[in-house]
Design a protein around this ligand. Structure first.
Ligand code: THU
Length: 126
């Protein structure tokens, strides 16, 4: 049995996804991180200058870090299809613990649980 409040994380990720700014890809993503009992959620925020856009996962990470959190316990990623975090987000998250990861696809109600270390076995570190 998992001690992670997945339903709470999913609810927050879905709520954030509703606010996604994705006029270019039309692909909305929501993410929620659990850290020290608190939840930090965000969505993807795109830009006409495409590389300026940021993924939902890194948005959530920035919110958690700005609130003083340094150890993330769990991550939920919600999209239409079930998708894993991109490589850049995996690397960004890797400095903040080997968190549990739940991928949620809303279209077919797919779910898959994994860990960050399984998704990124060899992170870069200094
Ligand atoms: N995106 C995320 O927010 N998270 C991911 O894990 C993969 C991709 C966003 C970036 C872009 O706004 C859109 O999805 C399409 O790539």
């Amino acid at each position: 049995m998992s001690d992670i409040p997945w339903d709470r994380l999913i609810e927050q990720a879905v709520r954030a996804r509703d606010h996604a700014w994705a006029p270019y890809s039309k692909f909305s993503v929501g993410a929620a991180l659990l850290a020290g009992g608190d939840v930090y959620a965000s969505c993807n925020v795109e830009n006409a200058s495409f590389p300026v856009g940021i993924c939902a996962e890194r948005g959530a990470l920035c919110a958690a870090v700005a609130a003083g959190k340094r150890k993330m316990e769990a991550l939920v990623v919600v999209a239409g299809p079930m998708i894993p975090p991109c490589g850049m987000c995996r690397q960004a998250l890797s400095e903040f613990g080997d968190m549990k990861v739940l991928l949620v696809g809303l279209d077919g109600e797919q779910r898959s649980e994994t860990t960050l270390s399984a998704l990124l076995p060899g992170p870069f570190s200094l």
